[in-house]
Design a protein around this ligand. Structure first.
Ligand SMILES: NC(=O)c1ccc[n+]([C@@H]2O[C@H](COP(=O)([O-])OP(=O)(O)OC[C@H]3O[C@@H](n4cnc5c(N)ncnc54)[C@H](OP(=O)(O)O)[C@@H]3O)[C@@H](O)[C@H]2O)c1
Length: 246
């Protein structure tokens, strides 16, 4: 199982799919003083695997309620995380947002964009705090990093030819926006030494991905391996971390 040495990690949308797999692998192989804040829309549903993991590893995982589509929930969530973080701030923000909306309605497009926007401004002070507290020069994923999860459906050059296979305008447009956001955030936060980049997890067997694909376990192993090795060389760069089967 892969791991990362970062201290404080925040993972959005961790109730199932890749987010759940991430907290599973991290908690089973956690480093001393590591703590994971896992955001779930409805953490108290019966048989919640993320809740079960938090019960099994109470010193490693804290589950906090977050409905990413609700601005007041986003604010409450950020406040709660801030109150639990302490003086060394947040080392990794993994924005695992997905919104596979098919409808070409303004509401769908706006929600998709909001999800990929990841509410970075809410967490910026904590990332800056972590970068300062680290006392080491340069960038790394263990010091202060924002990782967004990309999908090939956000690729402007690839998408027209695979649109029949993936007819998801809001999702595709928001993922393309996510890429631009990362590239520009990378410029904006260079001086703060906050690493910003996007990861493509491959095509993964989750509710979103379907069946003809990698397992969440193999995808996440690849993703964590890449995350742990990131330096400023990958700042603003998109990394594919598992096979892309189309
Ligand atoms: N799977 C793939 O093949 C693939 C390929 C490329 C990129 N990705 C990217 O990987 C990331 C994770 O995808 P996935 O495959 O793990 O998706 P998934 O299995 O569909 O899981 C989606 C997660 O998002 C949560 N969620 C949805 N709406 C929410 C909201 N309003 N507030 C809070 N949580 C909400 C879901 O929780 P609920 O149970 O509460 O709905 C669930 O935990 C996404 O960024 C996706 O674009 C996936």
């Amino acid at each position: 199982m892969a791991a990362t040495k970062a201290g404080k990690i925040l993972i959005t949308e961790a109730k199932r799919g890749l987010g759940l797999e991430m907290i599973k692998q991290l908690s089973e192989n956690s480093c001393p003083n590591q703590h994971i804040f896992a955001a779930c829309r409805d953490p108290d549903v019966p048989n919640s695997e993320s809740k079960e993991l938090a019960r099994k590893h109470p010193s490693v995982i804290t589950i906090i309620r977050l409905d990413a589509d609700d601005p007041s929930s986003v604010k409450d969530f950020a406040k709660k995380v801030g109150s639990l973080l302490g003086n060394n701030g947040l080392n990794q923000l993994v924005n695992n947002a997905d919104r596979k909306r098919k409808l070409i309605e303004i509401e769908s497009i706006v929600k998709s964009f909001k999800a990929t926007n990841c509410n970075l401004p809410e967490y910026l002070p904590y990332l800056q705090m972590a970068a300062k507290a680290s006392g080491t020069p340069g960038m790394s994923s263990n010091k202060a990093a924002v990782m967004k999860i990309f999908s090939v459906v956000g690729s402007i050059s690839t998408m027209p030819s695979i649109y029949e296979q993936f007819p998801t305008l809001p999702y595709g447009a928001s993922k393309a926006g996510c890429n631009m956001l990362t590239v520009l955030a990378a410029e904006e936060f260079k001086a703060d030494e906050i690493l910003c980049m996007t990861l493509h997890p491959g095509w993964v067997k989750t509710e979103l991905g379907g069946v003809k694909s990698n397992t969440a376990l193999e995808s996440m192993e690849g993703m964590l391996r890449v995350i742990d090795s990131l330096t400023e060389k990958q700042h603003a760069v998109l990394q594919t971390t598992c096979k892309l089967i189309l």
